[in-house]
Design a protein around this ligand. Structure first.
Ligand SMILES: [Fe+2]
Length: 445
């Protein structure tokens, strides 16, 4: 019987297929290379290798793009026709739940596998990533921490468990432990882009601008080449430039690293592009025609209805481009999604629609309405997924609405909160000053 690099039994008898699958596992855990091409190579050697089909399905599903719906369904159908052992069957069930939009069920099914087989790092990672998408912060932390009981330094993938734990700890606010776990992970594996990213989050949340910039620039050799996550780590560096009040450096990174190709339609990259441009827009920075170029690609996704989180980022691009018509169309699509099936219905109903309304109100300079819409839902916004750093765009928009609308006490409260978290951030300090004069020059309330 063949086993994967982590020691789990595999239902393939082809050593060539197993070797390719092992390479895919390494690529998946460091976010490098093209795991789909590698899984396809495994399947060329053994077309009845069920776990390779299942893994292909879940990797594509995590891209959160309707474009892959057909390929995901085909992969799951192929897997269904293969002989699977109990662990592989559990993977198939979890992947199917996830692919059909039952995200919590899918993530928890992967978590169950990881409890029973803590050396199944693929299950740990799928559970961890799943918890990220559903905003399950404690599980994001605890699933990799639990799996560490079966891992030691020197064993395959130990760094990845440390890196996942680091990110979970960071999202739970335990920054010191997150930093320690993340630094150890990157020490073990410089190419662990997720672990590097977890440490970057720590510096982002603390507003440690200089140390964060140094961290990302010094480790870039490990994650910037042939890495499907590089744009996101560059995005984090751009956020640090914004905190340092260096918008031109952020724009340069946007053009060269975050969004180098206008035609690229990778949703996760488009999210970061929207989020960065929107922050610049809030700060009054001229972003040229970048919103317009980005909106063209988002327009293809208006009817996707996969995640409200994505829809909100599409709306940012449309509003920034002056295309309220497309923003309104997205809102219509979201209303349909709120009445649909799967977890995105709740995400859209509970969080996404109020945020979308708030952003549209902000764009229309109905600032008081924007504050009324955004402030209450901010408290539960983790239900529609993403990280604290990503969802900070909600707090920033809320704060700018309060400043622009002359709501001084609200603005001061929000600015004080920000400054308490990021005392060293020049941006937070400047916003605190702006909040004190909110109302003095406001023209619209
Ligand atoms: Fe991040």
């Amino acid at each position: 019987m063949l086993h994967d690099i982590y020691g789990n039994a595999l239902s393939t008898r082809s050593p060539e297929a197993q070797a390719a699958f092992d390479l895919a596992l390494r690529q998946i855990r460091t976010l490098h290379g093209d795991p789909i091409a590698t899984l396809d190579a495994a399947l060329d050697h053994d077309p009845r290798f069920g776990l390779a089909w299942i893994t292909r399905a879940i990797v594509l599903a995590q891209v959160t793009d309707r474009m892959f719906e057909g390929e995901i369904a085909r992969s799951l159908r192929e897997a269904h026709a293969c002989r699977l052992d109990a662990r592989e069957q559990a993977h198939a069930g979890a992947a199917r739940s996830w692919a059909e939009g039952r995200f919590r069920e899918g993530a928890m099914a992967f978590a169950r596998i990881s409890r029973e087989a803590p050396r199944d790092l693929l299950a740990v990672q799928n559970a961890h990533v799943g918890c990220f998408f559903i905003g399950a912060q404690f599980e994001l932390r605890d699933i990799p921490l639990a799996a560490l009981r079966a891992s030691r330094v020197g064993e395959e993938g130990h760094h990845a468990l440390l890196g996942m734990a680091a990110f979970g700890l960071e999202e739970c606010g335990d920054y010191a432990a997150a930093e320690a776990f993340g630094l150890e992970a990157v020490e073990l594996e410089l190419e662990d882009a997720w672990a590097t990213h977890a440490v970057a989050h720590v510096y982002e949340m603390r507003g440690e601008v200089a140390i964060g910039r140094d961290w990302l620039e010094d480790t870039a050799g490990g994650w910037s080449e042939d890495c499907g996550f590089a744009y996101h780590n560059w995005w984090h560096l751009a956020l640090l430039h914004l905190d340092a009040q260096n918008p031109q450096a952020a724009l340069k990174l946007y053009d060269e690293r975050v969004r180098p190709r206008d035609s690229a339609n990778v949703v996760l990259e488009m999210l970061d592009a929207s989020a960065l441009l929107w922050r610049l827009h809030l700060d009054g920075v001229d972003t040229g025609d970048r919103f317009t170029r980005l909106a063209r690609v988002w327009e293809e996704k208006i009817e996707d209805g996969i995640l409200a989180f994505n829809d909100l980022h599409a709306i940012m691009a449309f509003l920034g481009a002056g295309r309220r018509d497309l923003a309104e169309r997205t809102l219509q699509s979201m209303r349909r999604a709120a009445n649909g099936a799967g977890d995105n219905a709740m995400m859209t109903h509970d969080v996404g629609l109020a945020l979308a309304d708030g952003f549209l109100a902000f764009d229309a300079k109905r600032h008081a309405e924007a504050v009324d819409r955004l402030a209450p839902v901010r408290a539960i916004a983790q239900r529609f997924g993403g990280s604290h750093a990503q969802r900070d765009v909600i707090s920033l928009t809320l704060l700018h609405a309060a400043i622009n609308g002359g709501m001084r006490s609200t603005a001061e409260a929000l600015a004080a909160e920000r400054l308490a978290h990021k005392p060293q951030s020049p941006w937070a300090n400047r916003l605190a000053v702006a909040a004190k004069t909110a109302g003095a020059t406001a023209s619209t309330k």
